[in-house]
Design a protein. Structure first.
Length: 231
């Protein structure tokens, strides 16, 4: 089951759908509430601190331009879509999907569905219509079990799913950004990405917490493998 892990400012984490007490308890809450990125997100009206991760990736790799068509996978609570809306301008098109409902954002086609299921994929394709996709973003994370080997395998599977979508829906030359976690399967996944794109980078934004194993693979310039075969 896919879910955007966007470090929501809300007390209930998107990864804790039952609203159970957070395992980090009071110490985690104290750190969260004093986090400068959380405070700045609140001040600027972003739905989570994750907005600054995308901003940093954009500033480093120049991913966002006015008028792009972008798919935002694992979008809830919506901070990445907020940044996209700001930076793509009125001619940009944004399709966002998450298993959890997301408060509407003007100019964003928001879908509440499971991207791992055929119905979710079909909903994204219907929202795109005939528009070619310039950029696929994936901030999807699995619902955590607390068993590291299981959670790592689930996160890699989601990253592979996002890569499959990007490889089949991006225009030639399009770009792809996907959240990954350091651990088993990451090296093999990066090799898979390099087969499809001309340049790949592994980034850890400053807005990602130091203790987190979270990184982002930034892939530039989709190569159509069938086109390469013809040459």
């Amino acid at each position: 089951m896919s879910k955007g892990c966007n470090d929501s400012n809300a007390v209930t984490s998107p990864l804790n759908r039952a609203g159970k007490k957070h395992r980090f308890g009071k110490a985690w809450m104290r750190e969260h509430l004093t986090d400068p990125y959380v405070r700045e997100a609140t001040r600027l009206g972003y739905r989570s601190r994750a907005a600054f991760k995308l901003k940093e990736l954009d500033e480093r790799d120049r991913l966002l331009r006015p008028g792009l068509t972008v798919v935002d996978l694992g979008a809830a609570p919506g901070s990445w879509s907020q940044v996209l809306r700001e930076r793509l301008g009125p001619k940009g098109a944004i399709v966002a999907i998450d298993l959890l409902p997301m408060e509407p954002i003007a100019g964003v086609s928001s879908i509440t569905a499971d991207f791992e299921q055929d119905e979710g994929l079909a909903a994204v394709e219907n929202a795109l219509g005939e528009r070619p996709v310039d950029l696929v973003l994936s901030d999807m994370s699995p619902n955590l079990s607390g068993i590291d080997v299981v959670d790592q395998a689930r996160s890699v599977a989601l990253a592979e799913l996002a890569l499959q979508f990007a490889a089949t829906h991006l225009r030639a030359g399009g770009d792809f950004v996907v959240k990954v976690f350091q651990g088993a399967g990451l090296d093999a996944f990066e090799r898979d990405v390099r087969e499809h794109f001309t340049k790949t980078y592994l980034r850890k934004p400053k807005a990602s917490r130091d203790r987190s194993r979270e990184h982002y693979v930034v892939a530039r310039g989709l190569r159509r493998i069938d086109e390469d075969d013809e040459r």
